[in-house]
Design a protein around this ligand. Structure first.
Ligand code: C2E
Ligand code: CA
Ligand code: CA
Length: 744
């Protein structure tokens, strides 16, 4: 007897060979039925009994699991897409099924799927309370399950599942409309509103939420813009939000929305509809896709809904706000990120090559500190103040937008938009409420004519440049170059190798002697890092120290440098070379490390050194970066007895005010200036620096002294010490001890 011939009410719990083991393909739109039972036979029988069933034009898709544990895993994965769970009560434990029901309802909070409980024995009926608490639809003993009873239970449960889903969906739609009306002025709420409209309509029509709301900016706006934009969308269409209609690359949407707005009427097609939405001044179109043509009853329902939405639009003059809110930043009234991308698209498309267009991102440094320290209101005022300053400093031909909390975007010709002009904006502090705030910015710039690519990519590229600019120690800007993206890979690889080699103790510390210019005796040395490469050469610290700073590795490496150099200085004392000074380079990230000061003190004490024999070298840019942290740290170390030298002096932008606040002992004249010393000429800068040093009561040391005449000149100027190839190159520690031995 074939199973299909069973009479409706015949018991179906009979052995059956003809049941196919191959799982039914999951049909699109089929109802998911999760069968949970430890008895394989029940699975076969259920599948067999329900195999031909079609409910509301959709067939059934069975998922089979054999324990409570498996069931929960599946439920957690599929969540509300499961329509019905046929759930055995007794499996791995007496109440495994009830545990599944409880966990799912109470812990996972999955409420939509309907549950039909089944037990083998009539005695295992759960209490009524359980059925109520876990929202269980039906309860059957297995022997009760005839085909017709099972079918009835399934149909009833699917109906209730369908109702629950649609109620939830429309509740969601309503909630979104209400929520978005409340905070319409924020950019995302326009999206919420439109998404709400689409969701609500979909729900009215019993569709899955998906579609777009399009509108013409029209005459309401100050700007002239007759283009149609996607203001909001739901479902798979969400990617279209804020795009111009004509740029959607979806012919059906573009042509049908245009047609709807031209004809000023709804379009109902078998697979899609476009609803016309209008008030006295503004019009919009809502595009939806559906599996079947919308019937009369549904159209009437829609009319009611659409008219109320239209009234809503009219009342609040919504379209104006929609458009401005979608494309304008509410605080500064500048174009927001979306609009800025549109502007970039246009700038890169129009043939303006001879104008040398660039886009610059201007990121306010430490803006979060203002918000945290002085409050968000002050932060907001500061942003408005920056906006005004940008608008007045940069000419009318530039376009400005606010593309992030504290990031502005500027498009304009390179002669107008460059680091100098932008930095000009930040020269004078900003007056905000009762505060006067000095602000600084980092700048990432990208040239448009190099690329001719979409706005979004231009934004990405300038962002890469901006991130690079933020990491720069010597300048606050960076121009995008395609190599940057490759460099990123290269840098990461180098950082990885550096980290590994440092762990493997492969880094070396070399020393370069420093001499007294009068006696030419060695008075000290500078510790310089060396990184041996596989090929036997050394990678320059000028290359890898910035990478170590960038990655934070410099904190550990720097701490090792301090320990190692102190150890070696102690060793030198031990073998009879007393009174030498050890100069150690310190980077900015080390100052931010709370362990830095204690560890410097600890190493000095541990190796029994006189603190004043240790000198920290810091560059001007380190001081300028975060003066307060550095000044305080140096003052504390200074009290401990450590000396401080300012490195590469003359190359940074130290202001005298900082210089005077720093507890300095020595100026190191940068080698670039020493290099300028040529016979018969006066080297103005070097002279100024040495004079300045003397006036401030500081010692001076010339670096990079390669030629005899440079040494003589420096001596004549009154410079105290020198360091350079003329006297000695950097060398390993053993070599240094040899040299000291010979010269003593
Ligand atoms: P720096 O502190 O300005 O170090 C002086 C650099 O000038 C050294 O380069 C040294 O080898 C080089 N030099 C010395 N005399 C002469 C000369 O007569 N002619 C020429 N052309 N060059 C000379 P090096 O060793 O490649 O170090 C480069 C930079 O790396 C250093 O510049 C310093 O900023 C950084 N660095 C090195 N070691 C460390 C370290 O332990 N910690 C930190 N934070 N930075 C380090
Ligand atoms: Ca140095
Ligand atoms: Ca130097």
């Amino acid at each position: 007897m074939s199973p299909k011939n069973y009479d409706n009410d015949e018991l179906i719990f009979l052995p059956e060979e003809s049941i196919s083991d191959t799982p039914r393909a999951s049909l699109q739109g089929a109802w998911n039925i999760l069968v949970v039972d430890d008895d394989e036979e029940i699975h076969s029988i259920t599948r067999l009994a329900l195999s031909d069933l079609v409910v509301s034009n959709r067939s059934l898709n069975f998922i089979h699991v054999h324990s409570g544990k498996e069931a929960l895993a599946t439920i957690e994965k599929m969540r509300s897409s499961i329509a019905i769970i046929l759930l055995d009560v007794v499996m791995e434990s007496d109440d495994a099924g009830l545990v599944v029901a409880r966990t799912m309802r109470e812990e996972l909070n999955i409420l939509e799927p309907r549950i039909i409980l089944r037990t083998g024995q009539p005695g295992y009926a759960p209490e009524e309370q359980v059925i109520k608490d876990y929202d269980i639809n039906d309860y059957k003993t297995k022997t009760e399950l005839t085909r017709s009873k099972l079918v009835t239970a399934i149909i009833a449960s699917i109906r209730s599942y369908q109702q629950i889903l649609s109620i939830n969906q429309s509740r969601l739609g309503l909630r979104q409309i209400i929520k978005s009306a409340a905070n319409l002025m924020e950019e995302h709420s326009v999206r919420n509103f439109c998404e709400g409209v689409v969701t609500q309509i979909s729900s009215l029509l019993g569709l899955e939420a998906g579609g777009v709301v399009c509108a013409k900016a029209g005459s309401v706006l100050d700007i002239e813009d007759d283009d149609i934009y996607v203001l909001g969308a739901a479902g798979e269409f969400a990617v279209y939000i804020n795009k111009k209609l004509e740029n959607l690359h979806n012919d059906r949407i573009v042509s049908s929305v245009n047609l709807c707005l031209e004809q000023k009427q709804h379009i109902f097609e078998p697979n899609f509809s476009v609803l016309y939405l209008h008030s006295s001044d503004y019009e919009a179109a809502v595009y939806l896709e559906q599996g079947h043509k919308i019937n009369r009853a549904d159209r009437e329902l829609l009319e009611v809904f659409l008219s109320s939405v239209s009234v809503g639009y009219e009342n609040v003059n919504l379209f104006h706000q929609l458009r401005t809110a979608a494309f304008k930043d509410w605080l500064t009234k500048l174009p927001n990120r979306s609009e800025f991308i549109n502007m970039l698209d246009e700038s890169s498309q129009t043939d303006l090559r001879n104008q040398d267009l660039v886009v610059a991102l201007v990121d306010i440094n430490h803006f979060a500190d203002i918000n945290d320290g002085l409050g968000q209101d002050v932060g907001n005022c500061a942003l408005v103040a920056v906006t005004e300053r940008l608008q007045t400093t940069l000419t009318e031909d530039t376009k400005i937008g606010r593309i992030g909390a504290d990031i502005f975007g500027v498009i304009g010709s390179e002669t107008l938009i460059n680091p100098e002009t932008i930095n000009q904006v930040f020269v004078t502090p900003f007056k905000v409420a009762e505060h006067t705030l000095p602000l600084a910015a980092s700048i990432g710039i990208c040239r448009l004519n190099d690329n001719n690519c979409p706005g979004i990519d231009l934004l990405k590229q300038s962002n890469i440049a901006l991130n690079r600019a933020k990491k720069n120690l010597n300048s606050n800007f960076e121009y995008y170059a395609p190599e940057m993206e490759q460099q990123t890979t290269w840098r990461l690889e180098m950082i990885r190798k550096l980290s590994a080699d440092f762990q493997a103790r492969k880094l070396e510390l070399w020393y370069q002697p420093q001499v007294d210019l009068v006696t030419e005796q060695i008075v000290g040395m500078e510790a310089l890092l060396r990184w041996p490469s596989e090929t036997g050469t050394y990678i320059s610290p000028a290359v890898f120290v910035p990478l170590a700073e960038y990655s934070g590795l410099i904190i550990d490496i720097g701490s090792w440098v301090i320990e190692e150099s102190c150890r070696h200085l102690a060793k030198l004392n031990e073998i009879g070379h007393q009174g030498l000074r050890m100069a150690i380079n310190i980077s900015m990230p080390q100052f931010r490390d709370p362990n830095f000061i204690p560890s410097v003190k600890q190493h000095i004490t541990e190796f029994g050194l006189e603190p004043d024999r240790v000198e920290l070298e810091i560059t001007e840019s380190v001081v300028m970066d975060e003066p307060q942290i550095v000044i305080e740290a140096l003052q504390e170390l200074k009290r401990f007895g450590v000396k401080v030298a300012i490195d590469d002096f003359g190359t940074g932008f130290s202001s005298m005010s900082y210089l005077q606040k720093l507890p300095l002992d020595r100026l190191k004249v940068d080698r670039a200036f020493v290099n300028e010393i040529t016979p018969g000429k006066s080297a103005f800068i070097v002279e100024t620096i040495v004079t300045l040093g003397n006036k401030l009561g500081l010692s001076t040391i010339a670096e990079g002294v390669e030629k005899r005449e440079q040494a003589s000149y420096m001596l004549k100027l009154g410079c105290d010490e020198a360091q350079g190839y003329l006297f000695a190159k950097p060398m390993p520690f053993e070599q240094l001890t040899d040299l000291l031995y010979q010269s003593s």
